[in-house]
Design a protein around this ligand. Structure first.
Ligand SMILES: [Zn+2]
Length: 524
């Protein structure tokens, strides 16, 4: 497959191409949903769109397979829209560009490809039309339901809103996994937690000097999948650095603090604007320097690019238009709007309650799984921290993830108890459900058996420390059996996103065999 024309001979890639021509970022799936409904109508399938915007297409069982349990194939319609800096690509109207590089289908580095999860949707379409309508050859499928959900990349709105009473499926095959030959059979649930600590603010005393303390260069990563990799948390390192300065006898105030950009990512940088008496500055500098060495040693390979810097911010007490606060906010990545809200007469909060709250706040792994080696059972990621002058409070935002509700609630209870001690307000979002690993099941047996026959070896079974749509369906329909599978896909959510062409075609063959095997199962 060395050119796009020959690739487009394959129905699978025709479907994926069709999907790539219609913009479908999260929240903008309506046109693609419409296209699927038209396609289903053309093909003679029963199809419907629900109130959430999901599309459900149904194909009756092949002759002789009427007694086999129904199977749902599920993929999400939306994609994460990322483009190269300076790219003119318009995600509201432009088709996603295609380029072939060896075995990889890419966009040539222009945009994300949206094979997450466009290839899953294309696979479901290909299965729906295999042997349809005349059932040529021996392809015998059970009744198929293809569910295309919206909003997966945002807030799981589609999976949350789908009414399982519309489905007859006993087996769910989620097509959103990115590694052929591995089968996802469990995921964690979670929720967002917010911690708001009131802070007393004072006017910065005359004669103070201002300093920018920044922590940067950490490796970061996914707040769940990478939480056990020891990559360091910039917010916690910032607090430790403040604590170390305090321990060496330095007294100072905090005018601004900002760390992290999303609770879903491990924070790579954090910064604070500090005010202090000029004679404290040298002690602070030495303490920060020493702490940088300590932190690097602790972090090993992931800390080689770590930088902890303390630099003078402009002048003494700032005026409204030469605000060092704006400067440090820019360094720490605060948006302009926030920077402009800085009052002309700068205030500060005492460093001690800020440092204490961050140091005591739960972060990182809470529990490891006792049975599956190396698997994190529960964790949280302190992903965002803010203190903005005049706000009167420190805000911490975290994502809690856990295999079981009890473990999730245990972490949240710790936060609540801490909040009670410190006088902070603690709240959480609506939780999303987990998917608990069930080692036994007819679907998993078939998945393993067919893989063994088709590939010559058994697939690798895995659970993930991240949220998946499957959790929502299982919560609504506890008897359902589920797996998540898919072809090889790399660097998703980035302009380097790429799909292995050979893997996609090979996987398609496997999926067909799997459905045929499930079609042979009798007795509902
Ligand atoms: Zn996905």
């Amino acid at each position: 497959m060395n050119n796009i024309e020959s690739l487009l001979q394959e129905p699978l890639f025709q479907h994926f191409h069709r999907i790539c021509r219609i913009p479908h970022g999260s929240g903008n799936e309506a046109a693609l949903a419409e296209e699927l409904l038209c396609w289903a109508k053309e093909k003679g399938f029963q199809a419907e769109k629900d109130a959430a915007g999901n599309v459900l297409i149904r194909r009756p069982a092949s002759p002789g397979c009427e007694n086999a349990p129904s199977v749902m194939l599920q993929a999400h319609l939306d994609m994460v829209c990322v483009k190269r800096p300076g790219s003119l690509h318009d995600f509201q109207k432009d088709p996603i560009p295609w380029q072939i590089e060896g075995d990889w289908l890419t966009t040539g580095g222009e945009t994300s490809l949206g094979a997450d999860d466009g290839i899953g949707a294309a696979l479901a379409m290909t299965m729906l039309e295999t042997g349809w309508p005349c059932e040529a050859a021996a392809a015998g499928f059970p009744e198929l339901e293809a569910l295309f959900t919206v909003g997966e990349e945002e807030d799981f709105a589609g999976a949350l809103g789908f009414d399982m009473a519309r489905s007859r499926a006993k087996y769910l095959i989620n097509l959103d996994h990115i590694e052929e030959h591995t089968v996802i059979c469990g995921s964690c649930g979670g929720m967002r937690a917010d911690f708001r600590l009131p802070l007393a603010e004072q006017r910065v005393p005359a004669g103070s000097t201002f300093w920018k303390l920044t922590v940067s260069g950490l490796a970061g990563g996914h707040s769940g999948e990478d939480i056990h990799r020891g990559r360091g948390n910039a917010i916690r390192l910032l607090a430790r650095c403040l604590d170390a300065a305090n321990a060496s006898g330095c007294s100072f105030g905090i005018c601004v603090l900002e760390g992290g950009s999303s609770r879903l990512s491990i924070p790579v940088s954090a910064g604070a604007l500090i005010c202090m008496d000029p004679e404290n500055a040298e002690i602070f500098r030495l303490s920060a320097e020493a702490f940088e060495k300590t932190a690097r040693r602790e972090l090993g390979g992931s800390g080689t690019k770590l930088r902890i810097c303390i630099d003078p911010a402009v002048g003494a007490i700032p005026t409204a238009n030469a605000s060092p606060a704006a400067e440090v906010q820019a360094a720490a990545g605060v948006n302009r709007e926030a920077a402009e809200q800085i009052p002309p007469a700068l205030t500060f909060a005492e460093a001690e309650p800020v440092t204490e709250a961050i140091l005591l706040f739960p972060d990182g792994i809470s529990e490891m799984n006792a049975d599956l080696e190396g698997l994190v059972d529960s964790s949280d990621n302190l992903g965002e921290a803010y203190y903005r002058p005049g706000s009167g409070r420190l805000e911490l935002v975290s994502e809690i993830r856990a295999a079981r509700e009890s473990q999730r609630d245990a972490i949240f209870r710790r936060m609540q108890r801490l909040g009670r001690r410190l006088g902070a307000e603690v709240s959480c979002s609506e939780p999303y459900p987990g998917w608990e690993y069930q080692p036994e099941g007819k679907l998993l047996d078939a998945v393993i058996r067919v893989h063994d026959g088709y590939c010559g070896f058994e697939p690798f079974l895995k659970t993930v420390h991240a949220g998946l749509e499957v959790g929502f369906f299982l919560e609504k329909c506890p008897g359902l059996e589920a797996v998540s599978i898919g072809p090889d896909l790399k660097d998703l959510h980035s302009v380097s996103e790429r799909l292995s062409i050979s893997s996609a075609l090979h996987f398609q063959g496997y999926l067909k065999c799997l459905l045929e095997e499930l079609g042979r199962e009798t007795g509902v």
